[in-house]
Ligand binder design. Structure first.
Ligand code: SF4
Length: 299
């Protein structure tokens, strides 16, 4: 039998957590921005970083979003097969977005395809976007919230290369894309690269790559080395904070991969901006919860 009080509690947790993600960056992103601010040498870079940090402080103080662009809200779920409210979870997330949109408040960003109507509440056809993974023998859920802003979604690209292009072809595609589009995405950027046998698999992996905590590496040492080489090379583009020049263009490069077909090598790119709003929460069946991405937050 459905426990309406528990459903209400779950909606409450998820709407409040979604609001928090709009207002406060995760700890790893804040730490990385501080590191880059301290390493930048030119005056303008420091001015820009200082204004970013003042913006973040004011967002918390005034209880307002850290950027005017809420983005399109994405939820990546690891849902336990024994979680008691699996069947209600999608409706709960839609309701949580509607509540968070009013309570935060969050800018309305969901425009219905073909009708070109903004729904006014950040929900619509497949919005919020929900990606499911079912975890066996677990009674909890892990919810990753990501707010995909317009500027940082612009560099998103995918292509399938001939296998003869090799990993040099992958690196060239990442560089060409970042040279053409990186400046639009409010640097310093977290660059996610997916490598697989087809574009849809690579695209999903490139999004998952920017959900990984900054400072983590690809599990294959060769993959980790490509991440380091790309990070070093992209930094040499000298985009700096907000593209106004500096020693660093990126907060990191993360690669996620899947085995490919022998005849194809697909590569996709997704980018997170300096206001990289994502967060992770674990919720148990009894509605106790743990926030993984942000220290010191109570909902
Ligand atoms: S790219 Fe990021 S920081 Fe820039 S406007 Fe969009 S959401 Fe805001």
């Amino acid at each position: 039998m459905i426990n309406n009080e528990q459903i209400q509690a779950l909606t409450d947790i998820l709407s409040k957590f979604t609001s928090v993600i709009g207002k406060r960056l995760p700890d790893d992103v804040t730490d990385k921005l501080k590191e880059l601010r301290d390493k930048e040498e030119n005056y303008l870079s420091k001015v820009v970083y200082n204004s970013m940090f003042e913006n973040l402080e004011q967002a918390i103080k005034l209880d307002r979003p850290a950027c005017q662009d809420t983005g399109v809200i994405n939820y990546f779920l690891k849902a336990g097969s024994n979680f008691p409210y699996l069947a209600q979870l999608k409706d709960v997330l839609v309701e949580a977005v509607k509540i968070a949109t009013i309570d935060s408040p969050l800018r309305h960003n969901a425009v219905q395809i073909f009708d070109e109507v903004n729904t006014g509440n950040n929900t619509g056809e497949r919005a919020p976007f929900i990606h499911w993974e079912i975890v066996d023998d677990s009674d909890g859920i892990e919810v990753e919230v990501y707010m995909a802003g317009g500027g940082c979604s612009l560099p998103g690209r995918a292509i399938t290369l001939m296998p003869s292009a090799g990993y040099e072809g992958v690196v060239k595609y990442v560089f060409d894309t970042m040279v053409d589009w990186g400046i639009n995405a409010c640097p310093p950027l977290l660059v996610g690269v997916g490598i697989a046998g087809s574009v849809e698999n690579a695209a999903l992996l490139s999004k998952k790559a920017i959900l990984r905590p900054i400072g983590t590496s690809h599990p294959n040492p060769k993959g980790a080395e490509v991440e380091r080489v790309l990070e070093k090379g992209l930094n040499e583009l000298g985009l700096g904070p907000q593209g106004l020049s500096g020693n660093f263009s990126v907060m990191g490069v993360h690669i996620e991969s899947a085995a490919r077909h022998p005849s194809t090598i697909s590569v996709a790119i997704n980018v997170g901006c300096w206001a990289h709003r994502r967060g992770t929460i674990r919720i148990k069946g009894d509605m106790s919860y743990e926030i993984i991405s942000h220290k010191g937050i109570t909902l």
